[in-house]
Design a protein around this ligand. Structure first.
Ligand SMILES: Cc1cc2nc3c(=O)[nH]c(=O)nc-3n(C[C@H](O)[C@H](O)[C@H](O)COP(=O)(O)OP(=O)(O)OC[C@H]3O[C@@H](n4cnc5c(N)ncnc54)[C@H](O)[C@@H]3O)c2cc1C
Length: 406
């Protein structure tokens, strides 16, 4: 049987001089961060353990603790709250996690989003405590926006409401597909606070709700992938929270959330690039080892071409992602490039894993090998946090100046 060792492929597209000149290459510090995370993942979460946790649908607490020790949860948070680094460092971590324990990459993407929301909109007195514990990896926060009635058009579909009661808010409603909710200490919940006609994005507010709140029920959903992290349905049945649960401005919660989308698009691109890289490396090594007609299947042109197409799609997606991240980190407008990176990377990930399954024949179908897990997991980023159709709609409108299509 095919040995499941580290991929032997370096993916270097240039020589040592070229690496120094590569405009999308890692800086020295980021190359170090990548090496540390990669080594740590290899030690704590080798392929066999990832497989076991995926099969038993178990969160990797040990990996989480080690990531906390490495201060990986602090990346992108403001220094005054114990943070360091920026989105470019987050991308490195996410890519390395996605290439192995992909579910932890999903977890950390939500974590980085929560950090951004609480840093940008949280109140210095009221929310710093949670933010600092998040940064230290001592707490977990999930993000609850989607509902049974709609994800893409969630502002119009939103049925969750928050009404002012004596000294606080009462929240009623249902949230769906919430990553990590079963293990979270808090949820960031979006709820309608002011009725709005035509599904306006105004009138929605953001609340930080402890998962211990009375009336809050969380149940796990049975999903196709990302089995190392729970995906949940959340019911809020008259959940009462104090006034200070409100994060940011009342009625502006949806706009606050939109402000984080750029970062999230980039982070999901990094997840897809990580899966794509791992799957491509695995497929390439398998193609060299597996024999048919007395030669390695990697000598058949059709399979070679698919691998090459995968490598090109991956490099192109990475280029878009790093360009967008550099611009975002420097404070420039990065929404268009980040959108392109999200679509390009997630679709590259889907194509590479699809081709990887085909290249492996019957062995692709075996749960013993990681290809089927990458194939299942990477699909998430074609529709979450935003579907690729909606990202294309956005690009049609904002990049090409075409009429809004919806
Ligand atoms: C594993 C998992 C984890 C998730 N984690 C979270 C989480 O932590 N928090 C959270 O809030 N949500 C989460 N989600 C939900 C996710 O963000 C939504 O599934 C996503 O936004 C799509 O919404 P939907 O599923 O309701 O699809 P729908 O909105 O019903 O869309 C269905 C289809 O219609 C298409 N469509 C809709 N409108 C248009 C249009 N105008 N033009 C063209 N096509 C259109 C869509 O592109 C899609 O193909 C998660 C989902 C999953 C499966």
């Amino acid at each position: 049987l095919f040995s499941q060792e580290e991929p032997t492929m370096s993916f270097d597209v240039t020589d040592s001089t070229g690496i120094g000149l590569d405009p999308i290459g890692d800086s020295e510090e980021r190359a170090q961060l990548r090496a540390v995370v990669r080594r740590m993942v290899g030690e704590i979460s080798p392929p066999e353990r990832i497989r076991e946790l995926d099969e038993s649908e178990t969160f990797d607490d040990e990996l989480h603790r080690t990531l906390a020790d490495l201060a990986v949860f602090s990346l992108g948070a403001p220094e005054e709250h114990g943070g360091m680094g920026d989105v470019r460092d987050q991308l490195v971590v996410i890519e390395e996690l996605a290439a192995g324990p992909t579910s932890m990459a999903v977890f950390i993407i939500v974590h980085y989003m929560a950090i951004q929301l609480l840093s940008d909109f949280g109140d210095a007195d009221r929310h710093t405590d949670v933010l600092q514990r998040l940064v230290a990896g001592q707490q977990k926060v999930s993000f609850a926006l989607s509902e049974p009635g709609g994800g893409t058009d969630v502002a119009r579909a939103m049925r969750t409401t928050a009404s002012a009661v004596d000294g606080g808010w009462r929240i009623d409603g249902q949230k769906m597909w919430i990553s990590g909710a079963a293990r979270a200490d808090h949820l960031i919940v979006l709820a309608r606070t002011t009725a709005a006609e035509n599904g306006s994005i105004d009138g929605i507010s953001m609340f930080l709700v402890p998962t211990t709140a009375r009336g809050l029920h969380i149940s796990e959903l049975d999903t196709v992938g990302v089995h190392g992290l729970d995906t949940c349905e959340v019911t809020l049945d008259g959940v009462e929270v104090a006034a200070d649960a409100l994060v940011g401005a009342q009625d502006q919660g949806f706009r606050q959330m939109l402000a984080t989308l750029n970062r999230e698009r980039l982070n999901t691109a990094a997840g897809s690039v990580g899966v794509g890289r791992a799957a491509l490396g695995f497929a390439r090594d398998y193609a060299l080892e597996r024999q048919a007609f007395d030669k390695p299947i990697g000598s058949f042109q059709v399979l070679q071409h698919r691998l090459v197409d995968g490598a090109m799609a991956l490099e192109a997606a990475r280029g878009l992602m790093v360009r967008a991240a550099e611009i975002e980190a420097g404070g420039g407008r990065a929404d268009l490039l980040a959108s392109m990176a999200k679509v390009a990377a997630s679709e590259a990930g889907v194509t590479i894993t699809q081709d990887g399954m085909q290249l492996m024949g019957g062995f692709g179908f075996s749960r013993e090998f990681p290809m089927q897990r990458w194939f299942r997991d990477v699909r998430l980023w074609t529709f979450s946090p935003l579907t690729n159709e909606m990202v294309r709609n956005y690009l049609g409108e904002r990049l090409l100046d075409l009429p809004r299509s919806f």
